[in-house]
Design a protein. Structure first.
Ligand code: EPU
Length: 342
């Protein structure tokens, strides 16, 4: 096992924050991972995946275990479905491209989401009308303390909007080592319904024209994402910094009277979701810059690092945004990104 000290994490977080790991190791197999977990059994460790959903506020004092486990394997084929097991360290978008190439359907709407497969269940990644849980079959995990290996099913994971067991009762207890997806095998069936009802996606597909296919949907999603969301290789960011707030119907009715133009989505009989991007935009933050920390000029839900912002500077912008939205609309917006202050 190779341990590196004072290891730079700038290249390993999509916000491009310059922070260091006191100790860093990068297991590339289950065996190496177990060795690292065993070695640090008496300490809390920090598990690093693609670094795409976190803000490093300080140097990381806990030992960092960077999961590099690779491999994609078809484990089972059904009449119309195929089960694909993907190791945690595989890049999410590369896996989407693999599926498109093989003609496996189900995750094309999730094209171009940054990060790794192993962290995708934690926040149940979602975009353009599809969430990870829709094709999730199971995941393999290792208990950090006992090193026991287990398999969790769809119901075990308790998925919700940007939420799962891994953000709640199982937080910090397990390492996800692989995820198995159940996908429609379009080489065998055409009984698959593309999900194209999300407004912006529908419009983009119409613009592209031609026959609908998973390839076309992936192309349209990639096009929309790259016009609205900054490429982390060019402008540091972690996608949506905040979650869209879910408010009570009664609060919504008061608000819509004062702001009739406010967009919303019905969640259930009693709850309504409001796009945080709209709230932040209305508060005048779109494109605002404070030194190197700022708000993206094409999507107000995204905070950006223009170069050398520190995690603390980004966090200050987040607090400013949260306060302004609360002062104006009485709505509390929570962060979607994990704030790492260890
Ligand atoms: N809006 C504005 N100004 C803005 C941004 C948005 O007025 O600066 C308005 C839009 O006009 C639209 C509404 O807000 O009426 C919603 O905007 P959009 O369709 O862009 O989606 P979103 O709610 O801002 C969510 C996800 C994204 C995902 C898109 C598409 C969350 C927190 N974010 O964004 O996820 O790509 O829907 O499905 O749920 C991510 O999680 O990192 C992410 C990018």
């Amino acid at each position: 096992m190779v341990i590196k000290h004072h290891f730079p994490l700038k290249e390993h977080n999509t916000f491009g924050i310059s922070a260091f790991a006191k100790a860093y190791t990068a297991p590339a197999s289950i065996l190496e991972l177990k060795e690292a977990l065993g070695y640090y059994h008496d300490q809390d460790v920090f598990l690093l995946g693609g670094g795409s959903n976190m803000l490093l506020i300080n140097d990381v004092q806990k030992p960092v275990i960077h999961l590099l486990l690779k491999g994609i394997e078809i484990t089972q084929t059904g009449e119309n479905d195929v089960y694909v097991k993907v190791m945690a360290g595989e890049n999410w978008h590369d896996f989407v491209l693999y599926c498109i190439e093989k003609n496996f359907a189900g995750i094309e709407n999730l094209s171009l989401i940054p990060g790794n497969v192993g962290t995708s269940p934690i926040q149940n990644i979602g975009a353009y009308g599809v969430e990870l849980k829709d094709t999730f079959d199971s995941c393999n995990i290792i208990d950090i303390k006992t090193l026991e290996e287990k398999t969790l099913s769809l119901t075990d994971c308790k998925f919700g909007y940007r939420d799962s067991i891994f953000k709640n009762e199982a937080a910090g207890k397990y390492v996800i080592t692989s995820v198995t997806f159940k996908l429609a095998n379009l080489n065998k069936t055409n009984e698959y319904e593309l999900k194209t009802s999300y407004g912006a996606l529908q419009e983009e597909l119409e613009r592209l024209g031609g026959d609908l296919s998973i390839q076309k949907v992936s192309q349209a999603v990639s096009k929309i994402r790259s016009t609205k969301l900054p490429d982390p290789k060019i402008l540091g960011n972690s996608g949506s910094f905040f979650k869209n707030p879910v408010i009570k119907k009664s609060e919504y009715e008061d608000l819509i009277r004062m702001h009739p133009e406010m967009p919303s989505y019905q969640v259930d009989e009693e709850h309504v979701k409001i796009p945080a991007g709209w709230l932040i935009d209305q508060c005048g933050f779109k494109g605002k810059r404070y030194g190197d920390a700022g708000v993206h000029d094409k999507q107000a839900l995204v905070l950006v690092n223009h170069g050398n912002a520190t995690g603390k500077e980004i966090l200050e912008v987040a607090h400013k945004v949260q306060k302004a939205v609360h002062d104006r609309y009485g709505i509390k917006i929570d962060t979607e990104v994990n704030l790492i202050d260890l």
